[in-house]
Design a protein around this ligand. Sequence first.
Ligand SMILES: *[C@@H]1O[C@H](CO)[C@@H](O)[C@H](O)[C@H]1NC(C)=O
Ligand SMILES: *[C@@H]1O[C@H](CO)[C@@H](O)[C@H](O)[C@H]1NC(C)=O
Ligand SMILES: *[C@@H]1O[C@H](CO)[C@@H](O)[C@H](O)[C@H]1NC(C)=O
Ligand SMILES: *[C@@H]1O[C@H](CO)[C@@H](O)[C@H](O)[C@H]1NC(C)=O
Length: 322
Amino acid sequence: MRCTTLLSVMALLAVGSLAFPKQPANPIMAIVTTPLSDCYGISPPPAGLDIYGGCIESYYVRWLEASGIRVVPLIWNASWTERKAVLDSVNGALFPGGGLGGEAFTEYLGNATQIFNYATERNALGDAFFLWGTCQGFQVLSVIALQDASLLKCIYHGTDPSMLPLDFTSYQPASVMFGQRAESPINIVGILQNQNSTLNWHSCGINPSDLNADFNSIFKVISTNVDINGLPFISSYESTTNNFFATQFHPERILYEFSDDIIGHTPDDILVSHYLSMFIAARLKLNNHSYPTATDANNAAVENFPVYNLGWGSELYWISGN
Ligand SMILES: *[C@@H]1O[C@H](CO)[C@@H](O)[C@H](O)[C@H]1NC(C)=O
Ligand SMILES: *[C@@H]1O[C@H](CO)[C@@H](O)[C@H](O)[C@H]1NC(C)=O
Ligand SMILES: *[C@@H]1O[C@H](CO)[C@@H](O)[C@H](O)[C@H]1NC(C)=O
Ligand SMILES: *[C@@H]1O[C@H](CO)[C@@H](O)[C@H](O)[C@H]1NC(C)=O
């Protein structure tokens, strides 16, 4: 037996027998898959694959993994029993960006609401299940909280893409995401305020003047922005009662994507991106969910699914259905 083979047998035995590395010190996060209809808009699927679980853009995976977070897919429309089994095993879930519209958005919203309600119940029980939304994910969390999808308005111009600084609200100093921990030792708040450090890639948004009591009972707005016509939109918020956070901008693409010259890759842009995935890692550690065994965790990992290079830093994982 060659020594490489012997070593891999030993590694397999070790994975099977040790419940290590343990959660939540080594957290695991679920990424909600992008529905197949939207995946086609990114790239036609390779022939011969089971693609019915949808897809995941690699930026999210790489960004989380860069801060020590393991990633598993959560099929957006699997039965609730199947999705709950995943949610009971991971420390949080991420709703990514996307371009869903019409009936497809409504169906996604219905399935997302079940996850939102689950996470809300877990937080009420004190286990701090973590939720994150980026761009469309931010918009999904917003309309669930608003209880009114008509308040998401696709009327913004010059924001797809654009790099913008954030206009912080008076809540910022008290914020968990962009409060004291973002002021030192590295002044992330200063970078965000003074530099074009956040990547916007959207034409829909939530106008701060449309917020209602339902939204305000869950979320506090940390920052806003305006489009080229001066029309304001919310760019970040967090919950004061639940472990929920969201940004309209895309922190995950900064590190990896080179498809457009507008995307910033300065050291300070990268500091902001990395600050946020480190922040997510810290917030995931507040939840004590765990896979039953290390083997279960390894079997669920996104690395078990095929990934295809689309160029310019973009790759797509195709997730098999169920
Ligand atoms: C989920 O949606 C896909 C299409 O994106 C469909 O093929 C599949 O049947 C749906 N799954 C369920 C459980 O409804
Ligand atoms: C989840 O998505 C499916 C489409 O695959 C849809 O038929 C179903 O109604 C959605 N579920 C909810 C709770 O909205
Ligand atoms: C996880 O946290 C909840 C809520 O604090 C607690 O009830 C439960 O016993 C904890 N579970 C484990 C495995 O530590
Ligand atoms: C940010 O970008 C805009 C153009 O989109 C430019 O006018 C402005 O000067 C930039 N601000 C900084 C601080 O670089």
